[in-house]
Design a protein around this ligand. Sequence first.
Ligand SMILES: NC(=O)c1ccc[n+]([C@@H]2O[C@H](COP(=O)([O-])OP(=O)(O)OC[C@H]3O[C@@H](n4cnc5c(N)ncnc54)[C@H](OP(=O)(O)O)[C@@H]3O)[C@@H](O)[C@H]2O)c1
Length: 352
Amino acid sequence: MAVFQLPSLSPEIPFRFTPTPLKFSNRRRINFFRPLSATDDSRSGAPDPESPNQMFILGMGFVGGFFAQQLKESDWVVSGTCRSDSKKKEWEKRGINLHPFSADSPEWSLLDSVKDYTHLLISIPPLADIGDPMLRNVELVRDKLSSGNLRWLCYLSSTSVYGDCGGAWVNENHLPNPKTQSAKVRLAAEQGWLSLGRDLGVSTQILRLGGIYGPGRSAIDTLLKQERLSEGQKRRASRKFTSRVHVEDICQVLKAATEKPASGEIYNIVDDDPAAREEVFEYALELIEKRWPGNITTKPFPFLYESREESSLRGEKRVCNERMKDKLGVKLLYPWYKSGLQSIVENMDNRF
Ligand SMILES: NC(=O)c1ccc[n+]([C@@H]2O[C@H](COP(=O)([O-])OP(=O)(O)OC[C@H]3O[C@@H](n4cnc5c(N)ncnc54)[C@H](OP(=O)(O)O)[C@@H]3O)[C@@H](O)[C@H]2O)c1
């Protein structure tokens, strides 16, 4: 399988991506530095009104970046936001124009650009004190978007909204019961975007994501960078069940969601195997040792153990992905962490 090396967004973060055949139309090899086409937002200032496929990504982060790259490859017009000049310049080199947007000093004129797009992906997390940064000005957002081309929106949420379920399996019918402040504002953001989507009469979907991993962000990368785990990470490691999902699978789901619009549908987006983080790190270490024996000197073990209170605040649960498979027809590329980590290691250059 061909392996592409994306230009790194930051000198210390290798951004590697092995494309997997997805059901995109007009799929062709990626040329990250191809000349901009007439439909590129960066050249014309606005997407071509004739194009039915225009994605605006609020928060071009890890998931947004992977998805943008795949969409661009399929001839979508793509734009989005970030907070730094350096990131904007990196993306310009790939033919994608980003708009500066920060929740600290929001530039609301951004909405005049967003409204020209047919699709909107919201990937900016809510802030503990103000909640979702766009929804704090919901009247203006509704007003602007109602006069534009929007017909699809999708909000990237988190399985944290379920709260503690004592390790039971939970599907989307389970009543959310968030305990932490971040999970509470997350649930409020979901509700806000669902309600806005209803008002606008556009397809609206909520994806509740498990822990996201992929090339450049995984237990393998943490070990290779010899990073020490934070206290919080060490504690979370002691949980019996952590749902996770590979970024390529999220991209598959997003693409399927654009092809199967729905009004207010919520999906859990996780793999089939909610395993303990400790187990994942042990397997990652095993893979690294097999490929590059004797190089890891700092191991993130031992993990700390959460008190019962901490554990119930964060929540033990096993998240069920049946709806994603049934309704969106998604077949996971990485149904469990072992296959995901293996592919990450196999596609890495020698790191030592
Ligand atoms: N990481 C996980 O395991 C996980 C699990 C479940 C759900 N989620 C959620 O899923 C979504 C996508 O995850 P991800 O890992 O792709 O996120 P990510 O890499 O952290 O990207 C988040 C994006 O939001 C932007 N952003 C963050 N804070 C902002 C602020 N205050 N004002 C304006 N923009 C802001 C970032 O801007 P810059 O590009 O300038 O940094 C970035 O583009 C996020 O909402 C995340 O919280 C994550």
